[in-house]
Write a protein that binds this ligand. Structure first.
Ligand SMILES: [Zn+2]
Length: 283
């Protein structure tokens, strides 16, 4: 599968209850672009809004025309990242008074009037129910949304189709991320609707793959520490030997997120070194 697929459909009806309009923001981090979903039989709930690319509004309009819809009932967001909430302003220009909700958590510079949405609340649409699940790890404010009518889940950036999820240093947390994956696993879903990439029919298989990938990385890191490789750069040299050098800084972030998890679990300890990479040791 080509991650930045230029032929990814701009709009699609992926199930009788779910439509999809592409955010038109392709890239290394976003693949073909951010998926925005329209959920319900009429007056759909819009989940995520893309990055704010102006042409997105045209795609949305033509999809609404095709379905005979006039407006979304409301907007819900998976998390604060720009490629998910960047379209809010354009949508509010087009649809006056449109309600927008997300989990408000460590947020700054949110668009005005965003409502707080929490786990435990339920969002009712036309023939659909969305149940928000707090799933931090990629972002501390992240919500996935379970759709019981299909036993499906909208995973935002927690599970992507065609790439691994980034755990950013500032706001990400790998231990939280692993726990979020386990929660998704316990839902017993069938389909996954990811924020980037196509619909995943076998959700459990992909979640299991995500968990296994991280555990494999963790084993490699513990092995490297056991073999006397004590800093992130030398660990990256070994573990990512087959990965092009220019991607090593990103790989370093990933190793750092693992070490932070292992430190939280009391399995490794960091020794800061002035003007150099920290030394890490096994406990
Ligand atoms: Zn994100």
């Amino acid at each position: 599968m080509n991650w930045i697929d230029p032929n990814f459909p701009k709009t699609a009806t992926v199930s009788p209850l779910v439509g999809r309009v592409l955010g038109l923001n392709p890239g290394m981090m976003t693949g073909p672009g951010t998926n925005t979903y329209l959920i319900g039989r009429r007056d759909p709930i819009l989940l995520d809004t893309g990055a704010g690319v102006p042409e997105y509004m045209n795609g949305l309009k033509s999809y609404f025309d095709e379905r005979g819809w006039t407006q979304p009932s409301r907007v819900v967001l998976t998390h604060r990242h720009r490629d998910h909430l960047g379209g809010v302003a354009h949508l509010r220009e087009r649809f006056r008074g449109l309600r927008v909700g997300k989990m408000i958590h460590r947020d700054a510079n949110l668009p005005e009037g965003v409502e707080d949405l929490r786990e435990g609340q339920t969002i009712e649409g036309d023939g659909v129910t969305l149940i928000p699940l707090h799933t931090p790890g990629h972002a501390s404010d992240h919500l996935c949304y379970y759709l019981p009518e299909e036993k499906a889940v909208f995973t935002g950036d927690v599970v992507l189709a065609g790439s691994t999820t980034v755990i950013p240093a500032e706001d990400g947390d790998l231990l939280d991320f692993m726990n979020s994956l386990k929660r998704l696993q316990e839902l017993g879903v069938r389909r996954i609707y990811p924020a980037h990439g196509p619909v995943v029919e076998d959700g459990p298989a992909l979640i299991a793959e995500y968990i296994e990938h991280r555990l494999m990385r963790e084993r490699q890191i513990l092995q490297a520490l056991g073999d006397g490789l004590h800093t992130i750069p030398v660990m990256v040299e070994r573990i990512y030997a087959l990965v092009p050098k220019h991607l090593h800084p990103m790989a370093g972030q990933s190793v750092a997120s693992h070490l932070k998890k292992l430190a939280r679990e009391g399995r490794v300890r960091e020794h800061p070194v002035p003007d150099a990479a920290s030394r890490w040791e096994l406990l």
